[in-house]
Design a protein around this ligand. Structure first.
Ligand code: SF4
Length: 368
C-alpha cells in the first residue's frame, strides 16, 4: 500500500490531462523534495506531452535582428545598458538580410522563425517597419513568424496582428515580487500589459521565464501559474546563461536534476502548451539534455541571442536518436546527412565557466 507522503506520479499525469490544476504545495515539492524520483516525474510529464504532441519537436531559430545598446537594465541580458558583455552590436538588419535568414531557417527545418529586436519597445514608425517585414516573410516562406520587440500597447499589437504575425514573444522572466531585483527600468506589470494587448489583438503569445536568477521555488511556480491563467500558447523556459560582463552572471541552483524538474512541472501546469527548453539547454543540462525532450516539445536550433548553442548536427541527431520527429517540410534524416561531419561539438564554455558568445558570422549568417 502507498504511504501517505508517497507521490502518485500516475495521478499527476491523469490530473494534468483532466485539466486539474497542480496544487502549489505539490508543485513546490516536486521541485525541492530530494525524495522525488526524477525519472518518474519526467515520465509523468511525458505522458502529458505525448498525449498532446506525440513525438513531435518544434524547432525555433532566432534572428537577433538588432543587437545591443538597449536603454533598459535587465541584469541577465548582454544587450542591457548596464552590461559590459563583449557582444557584436549592430542596428536593425536590412530587409534582405532578415529575409535571407528566414530562408535559411526554413531550409534548416525550423517550424518558426523568431525575430528579436533589442529595446524598450518600438515607436509607431518602427512598428510599421516590423509589420512590413512580417508581411514579406509570410508571403515568401511557409514558416510561422514570431516577433519579440519589447513593450507594446493595444494599437501596436493590432498593427502587427493585421500584418499576419503568428505570435508575439514577451517573457515574464521572473515573479512580480522578484522583478525589481532583475530590472528597474520597467515593471512586471508593463510586461503583463503587453501580453494583454497582444491577446486583445488576437495574437498568440509566447511567454515564459528565465530560471536561475535567485527566484524561490514558490516564485517559480507563481510565474508558471500566471502564464497558465494568461493562456500562453507557448512557454519557453530559459536557464540563465552566465555571460562575462553581465550584471547577473551567477546562475542559482541550476543542476541538471533541477532543470528537468522545472521542465516537468511546467508541463504538468501547461498540459497543452508548446513548452520550450530554451536558452542554456546545453550549458545547464549537460549529459542529461536529451531528457528535456520528454517534458518539452520545442527547442532552439543555432543558439540564442548572443549565446552559442550546440551544433545543428548534434541537436538534430539527439532528436532522431531519441525517436522524436521534427515538425517541418524538411526530412530530419536528410538534414542530419547534409550537415557537415564535425566529430566534435562547439565550445560552449569559456575557461570551463562562463558562456561563450556567438561570432559575427553566427549572428549574421545572411549578411550582405
Ligand atoms: S529590454 Fe530586452 S534587449 Fe533590452 S535589456 Fe531588457 S531583455 Fe535586453
Amino acid at each position: 500500500m502507498a504511504r501517505p507522503d508517497e507521490i502518485n506520479y500516475q495521478q499527476l499525469s491523469a490530473d494534468a490531462l483532466a485539466d486539474v490544476p497542480l496544487e502549489e504545495t505539490m508543485a513546490v515539492r516536486l521541485l525541492t523534495d530530494p525524495k522525488v524520483e526524477l525519472l518518474s516525474l519526467v515520465h509523468a510529464a511525458y505522458a502529458v506531452r505525448q498525449h498532446y504532441w506525440g513525438k513531435k519537436v518544434q524547432i525555433h531559430i532566432l534572428n537577433n535582428a538588432q543587437n545591443g545598446q538597449c536603454p533598459e537594465d535587465c541584469s541577465y541580458c548582454t544587450q542591457a545598458k548596464t552590461s559590459d558583455a563583449d557582444i557584436e552590436a549592430y542596428p536593425i538588419k536590412s530587409d534582405d538580410e532578415i529575409l535571407g535568414e528566414a530562408k535559411r531557417a526554413y531550409e534548416a527545418g525550423a517550424h518558426r522563425y523568431c525575430m528579436v529586436f533589442a529595446g524598450r519597445g518600438p515607436n509607431n514608425k518602427r512598428t510599421q517597419v516590423l509589420a512590413d517585414l512580417v508581411r514579406k516573410i509570410k508571403s515568401t516562406y511557409p514558416i510561422e513568424v514570431c516577433v519579440s520587440a519589447g513593450l507594446l500597447d493595444d494599437d501596436k499589437a493590432q498593427v502587427l496582428a493585421e500584418a499576419g504575425l503568428d505570435r508575439l514573444n514577451h517573457n515574464l522572466n521572473t515573479s512580480r515580487e522578484h522583478y525589481s531585483e532583475i530590472c528597474t527600468t520597467h515593471t512586471y506589470d508593463d510586461r503583463v500589459n503587453t501580453l494583454r494587448s497582444a491577446k486583445k489583438a488576437g495574437l498568440e503569445t509566447c511567454s515564459g521565464m528565465i530560471v536561475g536568477m535567485g527566484e524561490t521555488a514558490n516564485e517559480l511556480i507563481e510565474v508558471a501559474n500566471t502564464l497558465r491563467e494568461m493562456n500562453s500558447a507557448s512557454v519557453p523556459v530559459n536557464f540563465l546563461l552566465p555571460f562575462e560582463g553581465n550584471v547577473l552572471r551567477e546562475p542559482h541552483g541550476l543542476t541538471p536534476d533541477y532543470c528537468l524538474r522545472i521542465l516537468s512541472v511546467f508541463r504538468l501546469i501547461h498540459p497543452r502548451a508548446e513548452l520550450r527548453c530554451g536558452a542554456g539547454r546545453e550549458f545547464h543540462l549537460g549529459s542529461m539534455e536529451v531528457l528535456s525532450l520528454y517534458p518539452a516539445n520545442s527547442l532552439f536550433l543555432d543558439g540564442y541571442l548572443n549565446g552559442k548553442g550546440a551544433e545543428r548536427k548534434r541537436t538534430l541527431s539527439m532528436i532522431r536518436d531519441a525517436g522524436f520527429e521534427i515538425v517541418s517540410d524538411q526530412r530530419l534524416d536528410e538534414l542530419i546527412e547534409h550537415e557537415p561531419v564535425d566529430g566534435s561539438d562547439v565550445e560552449l564554455r569559456v575557461a570551463g565557466k562562463t558562456a561563450a558568445f556567438k561570432t559575427r558570422a553566427e549572428l549574421r549568417p545572411a549578411e550582405v
